[in-house]
Design a protein around this ligand. Structure first.
Ligand SMILES: Cc1cc2nc3c(=O)[nH]c(=O)nc-3n(C[C@H](O)[C@H](O)[C@H](O)COP(=O)(O)OP(=O)(O)OC[C@H]3O[C@@H](n4cnc5c(N)ncnc54)[C@H](O)[C@@H]3O)c2cc1C
Length: 402
C-alpha cells in the first residue's frame, strides 16, 4: 500500500490530506504537524478571531473528527527534524522515524525576527500561530496600547482589530509608506487615511533602534510608548528540511507546476515553495496566501492519484480591515503604469497595474466586479482599452469582455 507522509499540518497540508481522500487515494495518509491543534485557518487570527467574533471551532479547516473518519492519521505536536530522500524516511524530534513512499512538505513560513537591542527580552509578540494570537489577544483591551512594527497586511489588520477591542494602536513603518513592498502608493494612501480616521497612529520613515520596557525606541531617539509590541516584518520560508536534504532551493523550495520538488518522490506546497506562475509567463515567486496553498494542494494531490493537473490559477489574496474588503489578483512586477478606476475617497475603487496593453495586477477595494474582471483579463492575457478601463460609466463586465 502506498504511503503518503505530509509534514506540516497547516492550510496546505490539511487540504492536501483531505483532497487525497476526495480524489479516491486509498493508501495510507499520515499528516504530521508541530502545532497542538488540528489544521486551522490563519487569516482569522488577525481579524474575526482576534476581535472575538470567531471561536477555535470556527477557524478549524475541518472538524477534528474528520481525519479519523477519513482514515487520515493526524499526528499533532510533532516536529520533523530531518528527511532522508535516499532512504525515504523522515525523523522527528521525539526520535521516531517515519518511512514514506511519497512525501509532501507543507511547513509554511515563519515570522521574520528583528535582531535589535532588547529583542531578546522575550516580550515581543509575533502573529503566525494560534498560540501567538492568544498572547496578542491577552495584551489587548481598553486602556492598553499596541505598537505594531511593520506596516504590512498582518500588522495593519492587527491594528484594526486592536482598535475594535478598545486598545490604542500605533504602526511603525521604516519605508515612506505602509504596504510599500506589496501595494501601489494609491492603496497605501487609502489605508493610511482609513486607519488614521479610526485613531491608529501611523509613523512612516521610522527606523526602530531597539525595544525597551516602556516601548519602542526609534532611530531618532524618540520613544514610542506601548504596553505590547507586535513585530510584523514579513515571513521567511520554512525550508530547512529540504535544504539540508539537498533539494533545489531558492527563495523557498523549488517546485514545478505539479508541486514536485527536484526529488520525484517529494512534493512541496504552500508558503514554503518557490513556484512557477503560468498565468504570469512562468515567472517563479514565493506566495503567502490561502489561494496559493489550496492551488498547490490540488496540484500535488492530483499528481499523486494520476488525475489531470488542475487548470492554472491567477494568484490572488485578500485582506479585511474595518469594513474594507481588499482583493488583489496577479503581481505588479514589471508594470509600466497604473490606472485607477473609481474614486479612492469614496471608499470603492480599483488600481490596475498595466504592462504594455495587458493587465498584470488588480488591487480592488470594495470593488468585487473590478476584482473579478481584472482577474479574468490577467488570466486571458488579452489587451485592454485603458480609456474604457478608467471610465466607470462603462460597466466592468463590458470592459472585461473586451
Ligand atoms: C495572521 C495571518 C493572517 C493572514 N491573512 C491572510 C489573508 O487574509 N488572506 C490570505 O490569502 N492569506 C492570509 N494569510 C496567509 C495564509 O494563512 C498562509 O499563506 C497559509 O496559511 C499558508 O499555508 P501553509 O500550509 O503553507 O502554511 P501554514 O498554514 O503556516 O502551515 C504550516 C504548518 O507546518 C508546521 N511546521 C513547520 N515546520 C514543521 C516541522 N519541521 N515539522 C512539523 N510541522 C512543521 C507549522 O507549525 C504549521 O502548522 C495570513 C497569515 C497570517 C499568519
Amino acid at each position: 500500500m502506498t504511503k503518503v507522509l505530509i509534514i506540516g499540518a497547516g492550510h496546505a497540508g490539511g487540504t492536501a490530506a483531505a483532497l487525497l481522500r476526495q480524489y479516491g487515494f486509498d493508501g495510507a495518509v499520515v499528516l504530521a504537524g508541530e502545532e497542538p491543534a488540528p489544521p486551522y485557518q490563519r487569516p482569522p487570527l488577525s481579524k474575526a478571531w482576534l476581535k472575538g467574533e470567531a471561536e477555535l471551532e470556527d477557524v478549524l479547516l475541518r472538524p477534528e473528527s474528520f481525519y479519523a473518519e477519513q482514515g487520515i492519521e493526524l499526528r499533532t505536536g510533532v516536529t520533523a527534524t530531518a528527511i532522508d530522500p535516499a532512504a525515504k524516511t523522515a525523523t522527528f524530534a521525539d526520535g521516531t522515524v517515519e518511512p514514506y513512499d511519497l512525501l509532501i512538505l507543507a511547513t509554511g513560513s515563519t515570522a521574520r525576527k528583528l535582531p535589535l537591542p532588547g529583542a531578546d527580552r522575550g516580550e515581543l509578540l509575533e502573529l503566525r500561530t494560534l498560540a501567538d494570537a492568544q498572547r496578542l489577544k491577552a495584551a489587548l483591551g481598553p486602556g492598553r496600547k499596541l505598537a505594531v512594527v511593520g506596516g504590512g497586511y498582518v500588522g495593519l489588520e492587527a491594528a484594526a482589530s486592536a482598535r475594535a477591542l478598545g486598545s490604542e494602536a500605533v504602526v511603525i513603518e521604516r519605508m515612506d509608506r505602509v504596504l510599500a513592498r506589496v501595494a501601489s502608493p494609491v492603496l497605501s494612501t487609502f489605508f493610511t487615511d482609513r486607519h488614521r480616521r479610526e485613531g491608529v497612529e501611523i509613523l512612516t520613515s521610522a527606523e526602530v533602534a531597539g525595544f525597551e520596557a516602556e516601548g519602542v525606541r526609534l532611530g531618532d531617539g524618540q520613544l514610542v510608548e506601548a504596553d505590547a509590541v507586535l513585530v510584523g516584518v514579513g515571513a521567511l520560508a520554512c525550508d530547512s528540511l529540504p535544504r539540508a536534504a539537498g533539494l533545489a532551493c531558492d527563495n523557498g523550495v523549488v517546485v514545478d507546476e505539479t508541486a514536485r520538488t527536484s526529488d520525484p518522490s517529494i512534493y512541496a506546497i504552500g508558503d514554503m515553495t518557490f513556484r512557477p506562475i503560468p498565468a504570469l509567463g512562468g515567472l517563479r515567486h514565493r506566495l503567502e496566501s490561502v489561494p496559493n496553498a489550496l492551488e498547490q494542494a490540488k496540484q500535488a494531490a492530483a499528481a499523486i492519484v494520476g488525475r489531470p493537473a488542475p487548470a492554472p490559477e491567477v494568484p490572488w489574496f485578500w485582506s479585511d480591515q474595518y469594513e474594507v474588503k481588499l482583493q488583489i489578483a496577479g503581481l505588479g512586477d514589471g508594470a509600466d503604469r497604473q490606472v485607477v478606476r473609481g474614486d479612492p475617497t469614496a471608499g470603492a475603487f480599483a488600481v490596475f497595474h498595466v504592462k504594455g496593453d495587458r493587465i498584470v495586477c488588480v488591487e480592488a477595494v470594495n470593488a468585487a466586479a473590478e476584482f473579478m474582471g481584472g482577474r479574468q483579463m490577467i488570466g486571458r492575457g488579452t489587451p485592454v482599452d485603458l480609456a474604457r478601463l478608467a471610465d466607470t460609466t462603462v460597466p466592468m463586465k463590458q470592459v472585461a469582455a473586451g
